[in-house]
Design a protein around this ligand. Sequence first.
Ligand code: C2E
Ligand code: MG
Ligand code: MG
Length: 622
Amino acid sequence: MKSKNLADLPGGAAQFIDLADFDRETLSRRLVELEDIRMRTEDQAADAVAVAEELYIARQEAEKAKKRADDSASTVKAILEALAEGVVVIKPDWRIETVNPAAKALICLDGRRASGERLPDLIELAAPMAFPDIPSDMGEVAGIDGSVRRGDGRHIPIEMSMREFRTAAGQRFAVVLSDVGERKEAEKTILELALNDALTGLANRNLFHRRLEDALTISERSGKPVALMYLDLDKFKDINDTYGHPIGDGLLIEVAERLTEATRKTDTVARLGGDEFAIVATEVENRETISILAARIIEGLSEPMTIDATLLKTGTSIGISFYPEDASDADELIRLADLALYGAKSAGRGTFQLYDENLQSEIHKNQVIENDMKIGLVRGEFEVHYQPIVDSVTERPVAAEALVRWRHPTHGLLPPLDFIPIAEERGLIGLIGKQVLNVACAQNKAWQDSGAAPIRVAVNISPHQFLSDDLIDDVAEALESSRLASEWLEIEITESMVILDLETVRGRLNRLHDLGVQLSIDDFGTGFCSLLQLKQFPIDRLKIDRAFIQDVAGDGDSAAISKSVLDLGRSMGLEVVAEGVETEDQISFLRANDCPHFQGFAFGKPCPGDAFLEWLEETNVA
Ligand code: C2E
Ligand code: MG
Ligand code: MG
């Protein structure tokens, strides 16, 4: 052991030592002890420093960790706040611990606090969660559908996913809530577009096919027939062309409403495109019930409608086929309903036709007529006959109505009603009408040139022809090429045309009037022409329909109607012609009521131009 001097003793140690009391040995022992103490103290101090250093480092580490944790917590918070998705943290008993702002906006109605509430109490789940506590092995679940009911009663569809995580406080679930309202809306729109007609909301062709197939399957089980009705609107193209698409669309919407109203909830009303509609009627009692429905629909659609302050009148033709009676599958059923529709249209519009086997040959016949008509037009088989219109007092002719006839090579002389509807349907009426116009003007000029007292020639104009852009030019051309003065030409339009299309009709009539042509309304009393409309037209004459004249001497209604047309004519300064005058009774009734002009078999049947001239000359001489 190394000896030490007293002076070497660490400072302060000397105070413990009373040198006088110790011998050398004791002193040495004490020195050794002191040295020991010194060394231990030094070691302890070093330890203390080391511990302090470690503590310092640990504290710094902890601070760094805390800062890091704070940083990531605020990052997470910022993310949660910015997230469009709602995030809710819930405990296993579904109670909410925290919500982010998006979740709050979604589920906290009227600003109420969410924390502490049970999530299923705030959200209506499509399939309610059966368990009161979320099972610990739940893990991650996605695609849970639900909705939140808003204060205004609106349901906002949401989609929910849950993911388990652990915190120091125990098991938690992060629930992500997505507002899928817009997406659902888009999905719905896509689905509707695929199955519904965007304009009318009716079933479209896709859905129609599906429903028809379903109806046939049900019918197989129930044994009750299915009826398929095919409809298309009369004059729709004209309305669309004249008034423009917005009005045409409005009309289609109105038609869709009327069809839906007329049918049962279990029936499918579909728009197949354009102005074509179809109805699948299930559990049909019999043909009679469907016929009644068809008649009701025709009646309903022929009622005038007001679209955007425009008064319009349309109508429909309906073709009907039955399952299983007529066809054994959907395609055949459709084909036959379409054929029946074709038959209905050929029979004159505004009717319905049930499919039957003869229809096929009927349609074939119409096809043949159409072809024959085209050939006939080229060969000049269409003739014009003339029927006199006479003064009711003098019985002298004032006009001749030009009435077309078809001298068919095999069927003989055909009256207009046998081919005019088909010509209208097949777009040939314009060509026929133009021929009649030219022939009639030329004929009248020829009568005049032969010295007969001048009379008017009245030409019937069909709706298609009247609405065609060529009409005015055609009339002007006929007058020019025949050199007939325009005052001797009269144009007859039917009352139903006036309703179709007020503006165009007025425009056309004004232009014809400007040409100096006379204008009359044919078959008056059968349509829907209001006094107000009548006043807006430069009309010269009304022709009372034959249907009223026929019963004028007996039936109270016909007499009353005829009288009121005569009164109307007088008060509006219009001439009136009674059509179809045949008997003495009719003549005396009409004379007693001051009817100024007569047309009818009593005064002359329609005859060819040269025969008419002979009659004209005789009458003039008489
Ligand atoms: P509408 O214009 O009302 O012509 C009068 C029709 O009544 C004619 O029939 C005429 O023959 C018939 N009629 C006249 N008086 C009597 C009578 O006393 N008794 C009977 N039972 N009938 C009488 P039609 O010639 O068969 O013409 C029928 C319809 O065909 C015409 O009715 C007219 O709407 C249409 N039509 C005739 N020619 C043409 C034409 O060139 N173009 C167009 N678009 N339609 C025409
Ligand atoms: Mg006429
Ligand atoms: Mg008439």
